[in-house]
Design a protein around this ligand. Structure first.
Ligand code: PEP
Ligand code: MG
Length: 575
Protein backbone atom coordinates (compact mmCIF):
# COMPACT_ATOMS: atom_id res chain seq x y z
CA UNK A 1 0.00 0.00 0.00
CA UNK A 2 1.20 3.46 -0.71
CA UNK A 3 -0.46 6.50 0.79
CA UNK A 4 -2.70 8.70 -1.25
CA UNK A 5 -5.91 8.66 -3.24
CA UNK A 6 -6.45 9.22 -6.95
CA UNK A 7 -9.21 8.83 -9.52
CA UNK A 8 -9.26 8.45 -13.28
CA UNK A 9 -9.55 6.00 -16.17
CA UNK A 10 -8.01 2.55 -15.93
CA UNK A 11 -5.37 1.17 -18.24
CA UNK A 12 -5.32 -2.61 -17.81
CA UNK A 13 -2.11 -4.30 -18.83
CA UNK A 14 -2.90 -7.91 -19.61
CA UNK A 15 -0.22 -10.50 -19.27
CA UNK A 16 1.26 -10.85 -22.67
CA UNK A 17 4.38 -12.97 -22.62
CA UNK A 18 6.23 -13.52 -25.91
CA UNK A 19 5.79 -17.06 -27.22
CA UNK A 20 9.08 -18.83 -27.23
CA UNK A 21 9.54 -21.30 -30.06
CA UNK A 22 11.81 -24.32 -29.73
CA UNK A 23 14.16 -24.68 -32.68
CA UNK A 24 16.38 -27.64 -33.28
CA UNK A 25 19.91 -26.61 -34.29
CA UNK A 26 22.77 -28.28 -36.06
CA UNK A 27 26.13 -28.78 -34.33
CA UNK A 28 27.82 -25.91 -36.14
CA UNK A 29 25.17 -23.43 -34.98
CA UNK A 30 25.68 -24.07 -31.26
CA UNK A 31 28.72 -21.84 -30.71
CA UNK A 32 26.89 -18.83 -32.19
CA UNK A 33 23.92 -19.59 -29.95
CA UNK A 34 26.15 -19.32 -26.86
CA UNK A 35 27.55 -16.04 -28.26
CA UNK A 36 24.02 -14.71 -28.62
CA UNK A 37 23.42 -15.49 -24.97
CA UNK A 38 26.59 -13.63 -23.97
CA UNK A 39 25.60 -10.59 -26.05
CA UNK A 40 22.09 -10.52 -24.60
CA UNK A 41 23.54 -10.71 -21.08
CA UNK A 42 25.87 -7.77 -21.73
CA UNK A 43 22.99 -5.73 -23.21
CA UNK A 44 20.69 -6.61 -20.30
CA UNK A 45 23.35 -5.78 -17.76
CA UNK A 46 23.76 -2.33 -19.30
CA UNK A 47 19.99 -1.72 -19.26
CA UNK A 48 19.74 -2.73 -15.61
CA UNK A 49 22.66 -0.48 -14.67
CA UNK A 50 21.03 2.44 -16.54
CA UNK A 51 17.74 1.94 -14.73
CA UNK A 52 19.57 1.57 -11.43
CA UNK A 53 21.33 4.87 -11.96
CA UNK A 54 18.07 6.64 -12.83
CA UNK A 55 16.31 5.14 -9.82
CA UNK A 56 19.16 5.93 -7.41
CA UNK A 57 19.24 9.54 -8.59
CA UNK A 58 15.47 9.94 -8.67
CA UNK A 59 14.45 8.01 -5.58
CA UNK A 60 17.41 7.12 -3.41
CA UNK A 61 20.17 4.61 -2.95
CA UNK A 62 18.02 2.01 -1.21
CA UNK A 63 15.56 1.83 -4.10
CA UNK A 64 18.47 1.68 -6.53
CA UNK A 65 19.95 -1.23 -4.61
CA UNK A 66 16.90 -3.32 -5.57
CA UNK A 67 18.58 -3.67 -8.95
CA UNK A 68 21.66 -5.22 -7.34
CA UNK A 69 19.40 -8.22 -6.81
CA UNK A 70 18.60 -8.17 -10.55
CA UNK A 71 22.28 -8.13 -11.45
CA UNK A 72 22.90 -11.08 -9.14
CA UNK A 73 20.07 -13.01 -10.82
CA UNK A 74 21.36 -12.07 -14.29
CA UNK A 75 24.83 -13.33 -13.45
CA UNK A 76 23.77 -16.46 -11.57
CA UNK A 77 26.38 -18.98 -12.68
CA UNK A 78 24.31 -22.07 -11.90
CA UNK A 79 21.46 -20.84 -14.07
CA UNK A 80 23.71 -19.79 -16.96
CA UNK A 81 25.66 -23.05 -16.87
CA UNK A 82 22.41 -24.93 -17.08
CA UNK A 83 21.25 -22.86 -20.06
CA UNK A 84 24.55 -23.52 -21.85
CA UNK A 85 24.31 -27.22 -21.05
CA UNK A 86 20.78 -27.45 -22.51
CA UNK A 87 21.87 -25.63 -25.69
CA UNK A 88 24.78 -28.06 -26.10
CA UNK A 89 23.09 -31.32 -25.18
CA UNK A 90 19.60 -30.75 -26.57
CA UNK A 91 20.87 -28.67 -29.51
CA UNK A 92 18.15 -26.06 -29.11
CA UNK A 93 17.91 -22.30 -29.51
CA UNK A 94 19.00 -20.07 -26.64
CA UNK A 95 15.54 -18.47 -26.20
CA UNK A 96 14.00 -21.83 -25.48
CA UNK A 97 16.83 -22.94 -23.18
CA UNK A 98 16.92 -19.68 -21.20
CA UNK A 99 13.16 -19.41 -20.92
CA UNK A 100 12.67 -22.95 -19.65
CA UNK A 101 15.43 -22.73 -17.02
CA UNK A 102 14.46 -19.25 -15.80
CA UNK A 103 10.77 -20.13 -15.65
CA UNK A 104 11.53 -23.26 -13.62
CA UNK A 105 13.64 -21.26 -11.15
CA UNK A 106 11.00 -18.53 -10.87
CA UNK A 107 8.14 -21.02 -10.38
CA UNK A 108 10.06 -22.82 -7.63
CA UNK A 109 10.75 -19.55 -5.82
CA UNK A 110 7.16 -18.31 -6.27
CA UNK A 111 5.79 -21.46 -4.65
CA UNK A 112 7.84 -21.12 -1.46
CA UNK A 113 5.99 -19.92 1.61
CA UNK A 114 8.44 -17.14 2.30
CA UNK A 115 7.83 -13.59 1.23
CA UNK A 116 11.50 -12.81 0.67
CA UNK A 117 12.05 -15.79 -1.62
CA UNK A 118 8.81 -15.13 -3.50
CA UNK A 119 10.10 -11.66 -4.25
CA UNK A 120 13.26 -13.22 -5.67
CA UNK A 121 10.92 -15.14 -8.03
CA UNK A 122 9.55 -11.79 -9.25
CA UNK A 123 13.10 -10.52 -9.75
CA UNK A 124 13.87 -13.66 -11.74
CA UNK A 125 10.89 -13.12 -14.09
CA UNK A 126 11.68 -9.43 -14.49
CA UNK A 127 15.24 -10.21 -15.54
CA UNK A 128 14.19 -13.14 -17.75
CA UNK A 129 11.71 -11.02 -19.75
CA UNK A 130 14.44 -8.46 -20.32
CA UNK A 131 16.94 -11.07 -21.52
CA UNK A 132 14.34 -12.68 -23.81
CA UNK A 133 13.29 -9.33 -25.28
CA UNK A 134 16.92 -8.64 -26.04
CA UNK A 135 17.39 -12.06 -27.64
CA UNK A 136 14.27 -11.60 -29.76
CA UNK A 137 15.04 -7.97 -30.58
CA UNK A 138 11.72 -6.87 -29.07
CA UNK A 139 10.94 -3.58 -27.38
CA UNK A 140 9.51 -3.76 -23.87
CA UNK A 141 5.90 -4.96 -23.85
CA UNK A 142 4.46 -1.56 -23.11
CA UNK A 143 6.74 1.36 -22.83
CA UNK A 144 5.27 3.02 -19.77
CA UNK A 145 7.32 6.12 -20.48
CA UNK A 146 5.19 6.75 -23.55
CA UNK A 147 1.79 6.99 -21.82
CA UNK A 148 -0.11 9.88 -23.37
CA UNK A 149 -3.00 10.33 -20.96
CA UNK A 150 -2.98 10.29 -17.16
CA UNK A 151 -4.40 6.96 -15.99
CA UNK A 152 -4.47 4.35 -13.25
CA UNK A 153 -2.49 1.28 -14.25
CA UNK A 154 -3.83 -2.15 -13.41
CA UNK A 155 -1.59 -5.13 -14.00
CA UNK A 156 -0.89 -8.60 -12.74
CA UNK A 157 2.45 -7.43 -11.45
CA UNK A 158 4.55 -4.36 -12.00
CA UNK A 159 8.16 -5.28 -11.88
CA UNK A 160 10.59 -2.91 -10.20
CA UNK A 161 11.94 -2.08 -13.70
CA UNK A 162 8.45 -1.09 -14.85
CA UNK A 163 7.79 0.87 -11.69
CA UNK A 164 11.06 2.75 -12.11
CA UNK A 165 9.87 4.02 -15.48
CA UNK A 166 6.50 5.32 -14.33
CA UNK A 167 6.15 8.94 -15.21
CA UNK A 168 4.38 10.66 -12.38
CA UNK A 169 2.81 13.15 -14.77
CA UNK A 170 0.94 10.36 -16.52
CA UNK A 171 0.43 7.68 -13.92
CA UNK A 172 -2.13 8.67 -11.33
CA UNK A 173 -1.74 5.45 -9.41
CA UNK A 174 -1.50 1.71 -9.86
CA UNK A 175 -2.84 -1.56 -8.58
CA UNK A 176 -1.46 -5.06 -8.99
CA UNK A 177 -2.79 -8.60 -8.47
CA UNK A 178 0.28 -9.78 -6.59
CA UNK A 179 2.71 -8.33 -4.06
CA UNK A 180 2.74 -7.49 -0.38
CA UNK A 181 3.41 -4.41 1.72
CA UNK A 182 7.11 -5.19 1.81
CA UNK A 183 7.46 -6.11 -1.88
CA UNK A 184 9.94 -4.09 -3.86
CA UNK A 185 7.16 -2.67 -6.00
CA UNK A 186 5.32 -1.35 -2.95
CA UNK A 187 8.55 0.08 -1.51
CA UNK A 188 9.19 1.95 -4.75
CA UNK A 189 5.61 3.23 -4.94
CA UNK A 190 6.04 4.73 -1.48
CA UNK A 191 9.24 6.47 -2.52
CA UNK A 192 7.62 7.77 -5.70
CA UNK A 193 4.61 8.88 -3.65
CA UNK A 194 2.22 7.36 -6.17
CA UNK A 195 -1.01 5.97 -4.67
CA UNK A 196 -0.86 2.21 -5.07
CA UNK A 197 -2.59 -0.95 -3.95
CA UNK A 198 -0.85 -4.29 -4.28
CA UNK A 199 -2.15 -7.84 -3.80
CA UNK A 200 -5.63 -7.37 -5.36
CA UNK A 201 -5.61 -11.02 -6.54
CA UNK A 202 -7.39 -10.95 -9.94
CA UNK A 203 -7.99 -7.26 -10.64
CA UNK A 204 -6.12 -7.40 -13.94
CA UNK A 205 -8.54 -10.06 -15.24
CA UNK A 206 -11.76 -8.51 -13.97
CA UNK A 207 -11.22 -4.85 -14.74
CA UNK A 208 -11.36 -3.21 -18.18
CA UNK A 209 -9.38 -0.41 -19.76
CA UNK A 210 -11.40 2.81 -19.82
CA UNK A 211 -13.43 2.13 -16.66
CA UNK A 212 -13.58 5.04 -14.26
CA UNK A 213 -12.27 4.27 -10.78
CA UNK A 214 -11.10 5.66 -7.51
CA UNK A 215 -7.97 4.16 -5.97
CA UNK A 216 -7.47 4.52 -2.23
CA UNK A 217 -3.87 3.69 -1.35
CA UNK A 218 -4.45 4.53 2.32
CA UNK A 219 -6.94 1.77 2.94
CA UNK A 220 -5.94 -0.50 0.05
CA UNK A 221 -9.13 -0.49 -2.06
CA UNK A 222 -10.18 0.34 -5.59
CA UNK A 223 -13.75 1.51 -6.23
CA UNK A 224 -15.15 1.17 -9.77
CA UNK A 225 -17.67 3.81 -10.88
CA UNK A 226 -17.71 5.55 -7.50
CA UNK A 227 -20.99 7.21 -6.55
CA UNK A 228 -21.26 10.97 -6.11
CA UNK A 229 -21.39 10.47 -2.35
CA UNK A 230 -18.15 8.41 -2.39
CA UNK A 231 -16.45 10.97 -4.61
CA UNK A 232 -17.54 13.73 -2.25
CA UNK A 233 -16.21 11.87 0.81
CA UNK A 234 -12.91 11.18 -0.89
CA UNK A 235 -12.75 14.78 -2.08
CA UNK A 236 -12.82 15.78 1.58
CA UNK A 237 -10.07 13.27 2.39
CA UNK A 238 -7.88 14.65 -0.39
CA UNK A 239 -8.44 18.20 0.76
CA UNK A 240 -7.46 17.26 4.30
CA UNK A 241 -4.37 15.51 2.98
CA UNK A 242 -3.33 18.59 1.03
CA UNK A 243 -3.82 20.74 4.11
CA UNK A 244 -1.75 18.34 6.19
CA UNK A 245 1.06 18.27 3.61
CA UNK A 246 1.05 22.06 3.64
CA UNK A 247 1.27 22.19 7.44
CA UNK A 248 4.15 19.71 7.34
CA UNK A 249 5.97 21.79 4.74
CA UNK A 250 5.50 24.91 6.86
CA UNK A 251 7.46 23.44 9.78
CA UNK A 252 10.22 21.81 7.72
CA UNK A 253 12.86 24.28 8.90
CA UNK A 254 11.42 24.73 12.39
CA UNK A 255 12.93 22.95 15.41
CA UNK A 256 11.27 19.95 17.11
CA UNK A 257 10.22 21.79 20.26
CA UNK A 258 7.22 20.95 22.43
CA UNK A 259 4.67 23.64 23.28
CA UNK A 260 6.24 24.00 26.71
CA UNK A 261 9.69 24.60 25.26
CA UNK A 262 11.38 21.19 25.46
CA UNK A 263 13.72 20.54 22.54
CA UNK A 264 13.80 16.99 21.14
CA UNK A 265 16.67 16.06 18.83
CA UNK A 266 14.89 14.56 15.83
CA UNK A 267 17.19 12.81 13.40
CA UNK A 268 16.90 10.28 10.59
CA UNK A 269 17.91 6.68 9.87
CA UNK A 270 19.91 6.10 6.68
CA UNK A 271 21.44 3.19 4.82
CA UNK A 272 23.89 4.87 2.47
CA UNK A 273 25.79 8.13 2.23
CA UNK A 274 23.61 9.25 -0.69
CA UNK A 275 20.59 9.29 1.67
CA UNK A 276 22.08 12.38 3.39
CA UNK A 277 20.14 14.52 0.88
CA UNK A 278 16.84 13.11 2.14
CA UNK A 279 17.88 13.83 5.72
CA UNK A 280 18.25 17.52 4.94
CA UNK A 281 15.22 17.68 2.67
CA UNK A 282 12.98 16.36 5.45
CA UNK A 283 14.32 18.75 8.07
CA UNK A 284 16.10 16.22 10.33
CA UNK A 285 18.87 17.26 12.71
CA UNK A 286 21.42 14.75 11.46
CA UNK A 287 21.56 10.97 11.38
CA UNK A 288 20.72 8.95 14.49
CA UNK A 289 21.34 5.58 12.86
CA UNK A 290 23.49 4.82 9.83
CA UNK A 291 22.85 1.12 9.15
CA UNK A 292 26.19 0.17 7.62
CA UNK A 293 25.30 -3.39 6.65
CA UNK A 294 23.80 -2.17 3.38
CA UNK A 295 27.33 -1.33 2.27
CA UNK A 296 28.13 -4.99 2.71
CA UNK A 297 25.03 -6.62 1.24
CA UNK A 298 24.53 -7.41 -2.43
CA UNK A 299 28.13 -7.16 -3.51
CA UNK A 300 30.72 -9.61 -4.59
CA UNK A 301 33.34 -8.68 -1.99
CA UNK A 302 33.52 -7.08 1.45
CA UNK A 303 34.15 -3.33 1.32
CA UNK A 304 37.58 -2.56 2.73
CA UNK A 305 38.65 0.26 5.04
CA UNK A 306 39.15 2.76 2.22
CA UNK A 307 35.80 2.16 0.56
CA UNK A 308 33.99 2.40 3.89
CA UNK A 309 35.92 5.52 4.82
CA UNK A 310 34.79 7.21 1.59
CA UNK A 311 31.19 6.39 2.30
CA UNK A 312 31.19 7.47 5.98
CA UNK A 313 33.17 10.59 5.14
CA UNK A 314 30.71 11.52 2.39
CA UNK A 315 27.76 11.32 4.81
CA UNK A 316 29.62 13.19 7.56
CA UNK A 317 30.81 15.95 5.23
CA UNK A 318 27.38 16.36 3.62
CA UNK A 319 25.70 16.90 6.99
CA UNK A 320 28.43 18.72 8.91
CA UNK A 321 28.03 20.14 11.58
CA UNK A 322 25.03 17.88 12.19
CA UNK A 323 25.89 14.57 13.85
CA UNK A 324 26.02 11.24 12.02
CA UNK A 325 25.80 8.19 14.28
CA UNK A 326 27.40 5.27 12.49
CA UNK A 327 26.39 1.86 13.76
CA UNK A 328 28.95 -0.89 13.38
CA UNK A 329 27.99 -3.96 11.39
CA UNK A 330 24.70 -5.61 12.34
CA UNK A 331 24.78 -8.68 10.14
CA UNK A 332 23.02 -11.92 10.98
CA UNK A 333 19.35 -12.29 11.90
CA UNK A 334 17.56 -11.50 8.65
CA UNK A 335 20.58 -9.81 7.07
CA UNK A 336 22.97 -12.38 5.70
CA UNK A 337 26.04 -12.09 3.56
CA UNK A 338 27.02 -14.59 0.89
CA UNK A 339 30.76 -13.92 1.20
CA UNK A 340 30.98 -14.56 4.94
CA UNK A 341 29.46 -18.03 4.83
CA UNK A 342 27.30 -17.55 7.90
CA UNK A 343 26.20 -21.08 8.80
CA UNK A 344 22.49 -21.87 8.80
CA UNK A 345 21.23 -21.47 12.34
CA UNK A 346 18.09 -22.68 14.06
CA UNK A 347 17.57 -19.30 15.75
CA UNK A 348 19.45 -16.70 13.71
CA UNK A 349 18.20 -13.76 15.80
CA UNK A 350 19.70 -15.48 18.85
CA UNK A 351 22.78 -16.54 16.98
CA UNK A 352 25.92 -15.25 15.38
CA UNK A 353 24.82 -11.68 14.93
CA UNK A 354 25.97 -8.06 15.05
CA UNK A 355 28.68 -7.27 17.65
CA UNK A 356 29.19 -11.01 18.19
CA UNK A 357 30.35 -11.35 14.58
CA UNK A 358 32.45 -8.20 14.75
CA UNK A 359 34.31 -9.33 17.88
CA UNK A 360 35.22 -12.62 16.21
CA UNK A 361 35.94 -11.35 12.69
CA UNK A 362 38.65 -8.97 13.85
CA UNK A 363 39.88 -7.98 10.39
CA UNK A 364 36.43 -6.93 9.30
CA UNK A 365 35.84 -5.01 12.56
CA UNK A 366 39.23 -3.34 12.43
CA UNK A 367 38.63 -2.08 8.88
CA UNK A 368 35.27 -0.67 9.91
CA UNK A 369 36.42 0.97 13.16
CA UNK A 370 39.40 2.58 11.44
CA UNK A 371 37.16 3.81 8.62
CA UNK A 372 34.71 5.37 11.11
CA UNK A 373 37.53 6.93 13.14
CA UNK A 374 39.10 8.41 10.02
CA UNK A 375 35.74 9.82 8.86
CA UNK A 376 35.41 11.59 12.23
CA UNK A 377 38.08 14.05 11.03
CA UNK A 378 35.65 15.31 8.37
CA UNK A 379 32.45 15.88 10.30
CA UNK A 380 30.49 15.28 13.47
CA UNK A 381 30.77 11.49 13.61
CA UNK A 382 29.71 9.24 16.49
CA UNK A 383 29.67 5.47 16.55
CA UNK A 384 27.61 2.84 18.31
CA UNK A 385 27.62 -0.92 18.75
CA UNK A 386 24.54 -3.05 17.96
CA UNK A 387 23.15 -5.92 20.07
CA UNK A 388 25.29 -5.37 23.14
CA UNK A 389 24.09 -7.99 25.62
CA UNK A 390 26.45 -7.37 28.51
CA UNK A 391 29.49 -5.62 29.86
CA UNK A 392 32.12 -7.96 28.40
CA UNK A 393 31.15 -7.23 24.83
CA UNK A 394 31.11 -3.51 25.45
CA UNK A 395 34.50 -3.58 27.18
CA UNK A 396 36.04 -5.57 24.35
CA UNK A 397 34.60 -3.28 21.68
CA UNK A 398 35.71 -0.16 23.57
CA UNK A 399 39.21 -1.59 23.98
CA UNK A 400 39.45 -2.23 20.24
CA UNK A 401 38.43 1.37 19.51
CA UNK A 402 41.29 2.53 21.78
CA UNK A 403 43.71 0.13 20.08
CA UNK A 404 42.86 1.41 16.59
CA UNK A 405 42.98 5.03 17.76
CA UNK A 406 46.55 4.35 18.93
CA UNK A 407 47.37 2.83 15.54
CA UNK A 408 46.05 5.88 13.69
CA UNK A 409 47.94 8.25 16.02
CA UNK A 410 51.07 6.28 15.36
CA UNK A 411 50.47 6.47 11.60
CA UNK A 412 49.77 10.20 11.82
CA UNK A 413 46.23 9.78 10.42
CA UNK A 414 43.78 12.37 11.79
CA UNK A 415 40.59 11.52 13.67
CA UNK A 416 38.39 13.14 16.31
CA UNK A 417 39.98 12.35 19.70
CA UNK A 418 36.65 13.11 21.37
CA UNK A 419 34.49 10.96 19.13
CA UNK A 420 31.52 9.76 21.14
CA UNK A 421 30.90 6.03 21.37
CA UNK A 422 27.47 4.69 22.31
CA UNK A 423 25.72 1.38 22.87
CA UNK A 424 22.47 0.22 21.38
CA UNK A 425 20.14 -1.12 23.99
CA UNK A 426 18.13 -3.78 22.23
CA UNK A 427 18.41 -6.88 24.40
CA UNK A 428 16.60 -7.29 27.73
CA UNK A 429 19.93 -8.08 29.42
CA UNK A 430 21.47 -4.78 28.34
CA UNK A 431 18.39 -2.94 29.59
CA UNK A 432 18.70 -4.60 32.99
CA UNK A 433 22.42 -3.81 33.33
CA UNK A 434 22.07 -0.40 31.68
CA UNK A 435 23.57 1.24 34.80
CA UNK A 436 26.85 -0.64 34.27
CA UNK A 437 26.88 0.09 30.55
CA UNK A 438 26.07 3.77 31.05
CA UNK A 439 29.38 4.33 32.88
CA UNK A 440 31.29 3.22 29.82
CA UNK A 441 29.60 5.00 26.90
CA UNK A 442 28.67 8.52 25.84
CA UNK A 443 25.06 7.74 24.87
CA UNK A 444 22.43 5.02 24.51
CA UNK A 445 20.26 4.33 21.50
CA UNK A 446 17.30 2.04 22.12
CA UNK A 447 16.63 -0.37 19.24
CA UNK A 448 12.98 -1.02 20.00
CA UNK A 449 12.54 -3.36 17.01
CA UNK A 450 14.81 -5.88 18.65
CA UNK A 451 14.14 -4.93 22.26
CA UNK A 452 10.45 -5.72 21.74
CA UNK A 453 11.05 -9.01 19.93
CA UNK A 454 13.53 -10.23 22.52
CA UNK A 455 11.62 -9.03 25.59
CA UNK A 456 8.24 -10.35 24.47
CA UNK A 457 9.73 -13.40 22.72
CA UNK A 458 7.89 -12.40 19.55
CA UNK A 459 9.75 -12.86 16.26
CA UNK A 460 9.55 -9.48 14.49
CA UNK A 461 9.30 -11.20 11.07
CA UNK A 462 6.51 -13.67 11.83
CA UNK A 463 3.06 -12.56 10.58
CA UNK A 464 1.26 -15.22 12.63
CA UNK A 465 2.20 -13.64 15.93
CA UNK A 466 2.28 -10.03 14.75
CA UNK A 467 -0.63 -9.22 17.10
CA UNK A 468 1.63 -10.07 20.05
CA UNK A 469 4.27 -7.58 18.95
CA UNK A 470 3.11 -4.76 21.22
CA UNK A 471 5.30 -1.69 21.70
CA UNK A 472 2.88 -0.51 24.40
CA UNK A 473 3.31 -3.69 26.47
CA UNK A 474 3.85 -2.74 30.14
CA UNK A 475 7.14 -4.66 30.09
CA UNK A 476 8.45 -2.48 27.26
CA UNK A 477 7.27 0.72 28.93
CA UNK A 478 9.03 -0.22 32.16
CA UNK A 479 12.20 -1.34 30.40
CA UNK A 480 12.45 1.96 28.53
CA UNK A 481 12.02 3.81 31.81
CA UNK A 482 14.79 1.71 33.40
CA UNK A 483 17.13 2.49 30.54
CA UNK A 484 16.37 6.22 30.68
CA UNK A 485 16.86 6.34 34.46
CA UNK A 486 20.19 4.53 34.26
CA UNK A 487 21.39 6.82 31.48
CA UNK A 488 20.33 10.05 33.16
CA UNK A 489 21.85 9.01 36.49
CA UNK A 490 25.16 8.76 34.67
CA UNK A 491 24.66 11.98 32.75
CA UNK A 492 24.23 10.48 29.28
CA UNK A 493 21.45 10.95 26.72
CA UNK A 494 19.05 8.37 25.31
CA UNK A 495 17.76 8.09 21.78
CA UNK A 496 15.22 5.68 20.26
CA UNK A 497 15.95 4.60 16.70
CA UNK A 498 13.54 1.66 16.21
CA UNK A 499 10.22 1.92 14.32
CA UNK A 500 8.43 2.87 17.56
CA UNK A 501 9.98 6.34 17.28
CA UNK A 502 8.29 6.80 13.89
CA UNK A 503 4.78 6.10 15.21
CA UNK A 504 3.16 9.46 16.00
CA UNK A 505 0.81 7.85 18.52
CA UNK A 506 3.72 6.49 20.58
CA UNK A 507 6.06 9.48 20.44
CA UNK A 508 4.42 11.27 23.41
CA UNK A 509 4.87 8.12 25.51
CA UNK A 510 8.58 7.90 24.64
CA UNK A 511 9.13 11.57 25.44
CA UNK A 512 7.15 11.28 28.66
CA UNK A 513 9.39 8.38 29.67
CA UNK A 514 12.35 10.74 29.34
CA UNK A 515 13.77 9.80 25.94
CA UNK A 516 15.89 12.73 24.70
CA UNK A 517 16.21 12.00 20.99
CA UNK A 518 14.33 10.19 18.24
CA UNK A 519 15.62 8.87 14.94
CA UNK A 520 13.18 7.80 12.22
CA UNK A 521 13.01 7.03 8.49
CA UNK A 522 13.51 10.33 6.59
CA UNK A 523 9.95 10.57 5.14
CA UNK A 524 8.52 10.26 8.67
CA UNK A 525 10.49 13.18 10.11
CA UNK A 526 7.92 15.90 9.20
CA UNK A 527 4.96 14.20 10.89
CA UNK A 528 6.94 13.31 14.01
CA UNK A 529 8.07 16.92 14.23
CA UNK A 530 4.45 17.99 13.76
CA UNK A 531 3.25 15.99 16.76
CA UNK A 532 6.17 17.08 18.95
CA UNK A 533 5.36 20.72 18.21
CA UNK A 534 1.76 20.19 19.35
CA UNK A 535 2.64 18.29 22.50
CA UNK A 536 3.10 19.54 26.04
CA UNK A 537 5.86 17.64 27.81
CA UNK A 538 3.75 17.83 30.96
CA UNK A 539 0.96 15.85 29.20
CA UNK A 540 3.51 13.35 27.92
CA UNK A 541 4.81 12.85 31.46
CA UNK A 542 1.29 12.26 32.74
CA UNK A 543 0.73 9.70 29.99
CA UNK A 544 3.98 7.96 30.91
CA UNK A 545 3.10 7.84 34.56
CA UNK A 546 -0.28 6.30 33.68
CA UNK A 547 1.50 3.73 31.45
CA UNK A 548 4.03 2.84 34.13
CA UNK A 549 1.20 1.99 36.51
CA UNK A 550 -1.05 0.27 33.98
CA UNK A 551 -1.22 -3.50 33.57
CA UNK A 552 -2.65 -3.78 30.05
CA UNK A 553 -0.95 -3.02 26.72
CA UNK A 554 -4.30 -2.25 25.05
CA UNK A 555 -5.19 0.36 27.68
CA UNK A 556 -1.81 2.03 27.34
CA UNK A 557 -2.15 2.12 23.57
CA UNK A 558 -5.67 3.55 23.80
CA UNK A 559 -4.42 6.38 26.05
CA UNK A 560 -1.55 7.08 23.67
CA UNK A 561 -3.94 7.24 20.73
CA UNK A 562 -6.36 9.49 22.62
CA UNK A 563 -3.66 12.02 23.38
CA UNK A 564 -2.15 11.93 19.88
CA UNK A 565 -5.54 12.27 18.19
CA UNK A 566 -6.46 15.12 20.48
CA UNK A 567 -3.35 17.19 19.81
CA UNK A 568 -2.77 16.29 16.15
CA UNK A 569 -6.09 15.09 14.70
CA UNK A 570 -5.01 15.76 11.11
CA UNK A 571 -2.37 13.02 11.31
CA UNK A 572 -5.03 10.39 11.93
CA UNK A 573 -8.20 11.49 10.23
CA UNK A 574 -7.90 9.44 7.03
CA UNK A 575 -7.07 6.19 8.80
C1 PEP B 1 16.21 -1.88 16.26
O1 PEP B 1 16.41 -3.06 16.57
O2 PEP B 1 15.25 -1.20 16.72
C2 PEP B 1 17.10 -1.20 15.31
C3 PEP B 1 17.02 0.10 15.09
O3 PEP B 1 17.97 -1.97 14.63
P1 PEP B 1 17.57 -2.87 13.36
O4 PEP B 1 16.13 -2.57 13.00
O5 PEP B 1 18.53 -2.50 12.30
O6 PEP B 1 17.76 -4.25 13.90
MG1 MG C 1 18.28 -3.95 16.01
Amino acid sequence: MSAGVCRGRLLVLRRNRPTIARRQLSDNELAEEINRLERALVQTRQQIIDIQRRVSEGMGALEGSIFDAHLLVLEDRTLLDEVARIIQTEKVNVEHAYHSVAERYAATLAAIDDEYLRERGTDMRDVAVRVLNNLLGLEEEIDLRQLKEPCIIISHDLTPSNTAQLDKRHVLGFATDVGSKTSHTAIMARSLRIPAVVGLKNASEELETGQYALLDGINGVIIINPSDQTLFEYGQIMLRQDTLQESLRDILREPAVTMDGHHVVLSANIEQAADAEQVKANGAEGVGLFRTEYLFLNRGHLPGEEQQYQSYREAAAALKPLPVVIRTLDLGGDKFLAQMRVPTELNPFLGWRAIRISLQERDVFRAQLRAILRASADGNVKMMFPMISGLDELNQANALVEEYKAELRHEGIPFDEHLEVGAMIETPSSAVVADSLAKRVSFFSIGTNDLIQYSLAVDRMNEKIAHLYEPSHPAIVRLIRMIVDAAHQHGIRVSVCGEMAGDPALVPLLLGLGVDELSVAPPLVPQIKFIIRRLRLSDAKQLASFALNCEAAAEILARCQDLARRIAPNLFENK
